[in-house]
Design a binder for this molecule. Sequence first.
Ligand code: DGJ
Length: 471
Amino acid sequence: MGEKMRMKNKYRKSSGFNCNAGSRCSLSAVVWSLVGFVLLIHFYSLISHKQIGAKQVHLTRFPPIRELEEVEEDNFQFAPPRQRSPRAAKRRGNKKPSLIDEFLDDSSQIRLVFFPSSKTAVNPMRMRQNDSSYFVPGRMWLDTDGNSIQAHGGGILYVERTGTYYWYGENKDGPTYQAHSKGAARVDIIGVSCYSSQDLWTWKHEGIALPGEEENPMHDLYKTNVLERPKVIYNDKTGKYVMWMHIDDGNYTKASVGVAVSDSPTGPFQYLYSKSPHGFDSRDMTIFKDDDGMAYLIYSSEDNSELHIGPLTDDYLDVTMVMRRILVGQHREAPAVFKHQGTYYMITSGCTGWAPNEALAHAAESIMGPWETMGNPCVGGNKIFKSTTFFSQSTFVLPVPGIPNFFIFMADRWNPADLKDSRYVWLPMTVGGAADEPLEYNFGFPLWSRVSIYWHKRWKLPEGWNKPYDA
Ligand code: DGJ
């Protein structure tokens, strides 16, 4: 035993203190340790003071958002059931209609709850005088020319240099029809609209950034095809604006992505081509540009049963050979990806055509996965609101520069009876607190924070959110 101890000690570095039990402990060593300890405490308190100071500066610098995080209940008051349209009666037989049936039934008397009349439209040009820049989910929203905004399934690009936001989306300003008796309601391709704004509330129509094709039936953008969910990112290396979109035929069997490019954020975009990314079918999709300049395509595949994710090439004009399957078997679509404090988050919907369903939030440490599902992010309203994403479907999550941990959740309230009259549901969103389904724990701490989308009948961004700090 003694031999063993000696062997071990042979390889041990001398501490210089030689303070074994029973041996003489030098007083100076104790004093020096105490001095060191005191100095350490002092440094620590200095650093934490600095940090607290920095935090306070941040807190006073950024406008408060607490009231946007308050839970707002909303109980519907409905008239008793009345006579149904023959179409709705045929669809449902004798079954008692659910609220979603009523929502989808264009003859339902409660439709006005979800699609308020154009008389209540949010008109920033008229309302600005009263300084009432409220977002009102579900109300018609007019651009600076007084026309209803046509940017469905859209996304936003922020150009920091000019402080301008560009909102791209499907222009559905045509008649809704069914190509076949069993086909989904559709509108012919008109093109991708572009709107610009500096306050996210007043939007100027910049025109059709990518127009549909009227003449050539072989063209991907020929009017009877499908162009959905356009998203635009800027490539710092090439100086080009790159648009990706879902391209399909009228029966959704082509299941491809399309790519277009422009020198200017407002277009015109030049359509390049469509393809099956990584050789797979691709329907609902989005693109995400990371802080390091890498961009990714995320798309529903294998008949919407899973999502695929893969990096784009350096010029953002194609995918690379790399692809990972994520959320396999979960049947999710309408992906909206964002990043917060180094963690990647995504909101998705279920797959029920134009009908609303429950949103889910997902999180990942690496954008390539594995992704984990955290639960339903919707807070407030009422039970049916929570199970229908406030009667809407995710399309994009916009980080609001200047307000840390604050995002705008952008969704579409589709109106399959008249798609051009689909409404926008924009709501405040934050990340924080324990997730509903914390699947992974690290020493007792959940790895993921909860994503919360807060229902508000109407809400506005805090005063001065888009003004420079010193202004
Ligand atoms: C759900 C998708 O999310 C929409 O973009 C659209 O493709 C509809 N399906 C069509 O039914």
